[in-house]
Design a protein around this ligand. Structure first.
Ligand code: PLP
Length: 364
């Protein structure tokens, strides 16, 4: 049975679209994985099948990210937001300062959590410009000797992204929740990269963490075992019963990315996909107005406004009747947001661009 015909184009910001070949494989393995006669949800987390699942997910992540022996790969519960707290809890001493450029809602939340443990220097305040871009080098105020520098590579809500990681002497920490493995990125240069799974990697409730061993050893506080990176690393992320199903799904998504030509193949597709929609915005004679400044435009989340809110409402409703769902923008920005993560098909971008042109002609 194939269900492709009953699926629609899902522009949801997260949880978001998964690769169809991965969904089909999951359907089989839920019933019986590795010919074991037992489904993936029913296996002991310490048995050989789940050993294999964890090993493969880890190896595939290492290979995609280009990691050597200096880094550990962890899979931890609590999603990206748990990392907002775990990072300062482990790595921001009471008397130290960490640099956090604020590029919108998610970094604002990360800053709030970090302030519970130490001092935060807001290295860039994007609120003044409505978070329409990521800071350039000359817009950053850096703290000499900062414990680390935390940034968000792709700002899901505003549709902005960094073209390259910011330059700083402090250990680099990146929230890559909404563009993990969407393009080549110097992962190995980072002290810590984390991503909640539900945008580009798999089911929600789980985060992928890549951590450099020198950072791992810097733990500055005693905390509960589950929130201690060193203890999690020592036990291969299996201190307790971990989110096995999510790790299993991530492993399949990593394999799918390899099949798409790795990060370069994926990045080429993402550039092509996002260009289709940005061209529809730029070619509309001002009917559609992009939120992000051009050099900060995200290839994962395309955000734009229409002439008024009534038209925006009508746009979302009509799009839905054309089998395109999830286009309503986040309440803090308004307008339209098309989330087109790795697994989102190019046909969906063409379908949206065609609809945009028709809608503008009818309502312009
Ligand atoms: C979605 C998102 C988060 C929050 O993820 P949770 O798993 O719900 O905690 C954090 N940061 C970014 C950039 C996101 O897109």
């Amino acid at each position: 049975m194939t269900t492709t015909s009953s699926r629609i184009f899902n522009f949801s910001a997260g949880p978001a679209v998964m690769p169809e070949s991965v969904l089909e494989r999951i359907r089989e393995d839920v019933w019986n994985i590795d010919d074991s006669g037992i489904g993936v949800l029913e296996h002991s987390h310490r048995g050989p099948v789940i050993d294999r699942v964890f090993e493969e997910a880890t190896d595939r992540c290492r290979s995609l990210a280009g990691l050597g022996d200096d880094h550990e790969v962890l899979f931890l519960a609590g999603g990206a937001s748990m990392q907002f707290g775990m990072i300062p809890m482990n790595y921001l001493p009471d008397d130290a300062t960490a640099d956090y450029p604020d590029t919108g809602t998610w970094t604002t939340k990360a800053i709030k959590e970090a302030r519970k443990f130490g001092t935060v220097n807001v290295a860039f305040d994007g609120s003044a410009c409505g978070y329409d871009h990521c800071p350039k080098a000359n817009e950053l105020s850096l703290t000499p000797g900062a414990a680390y520098f935390h940034y968000c590579s792709n700002n899901t809500i505003y549709g902005t992204r960094y073209a390259a990681p910011p330059v700083t002497n402090a250990p680099l920490v990146c929230d890559a929740s909404s563009d993990m493995f969407a393009r080549p990125w110097p992962f190995a240069d980072h002290a810590l990269v984390y991503a909640g799974a539900q945008k580009n990697l798999g089911p929600s409730g789980l985060a992928l963490i890549i951590i450099r061993k020198d950072m791992l050893e810097k733990g500055c506080r005693e905390t509960i075992d589950l929130l201690d990176y060193r203890k999690q690393a020592a036990q291969g992320s299996r201190l307790n019963t971990p989110p096995v199903f999510g790790v299993y799904c991530m492993g399949l998504v990593f394999e799918w990315i390899h099949e798409q030509g790795g990060l370069i193949g994926i990045a080429n597709r993402n550039a092509e996909k996002s260009k289709i929609i940005y061209d529809a915005i730029d070619g509309s004679g001002g009917f559609y107005r992009g939120h992000a400044q051009n050099d900060s435009r995200s290839e994962m989340n395309v955000t734009f406004r229409l002439p008024n809110e009534e038209l925006e409402k009508a746009f979302v409703t009509e799009a839905k009747s054309h089998d395109m769902d999830g286009l309503k923008g986040h309440r803090s920005v308004g307008g339209i947001r098309a989330s087109i993560y790795n697994a989102f098909p190019v046909e969906g971008c063409r379908s949206l661009a065609g609809f945009m042109a028709d809608f503008a002609t009818k309502n312009g």
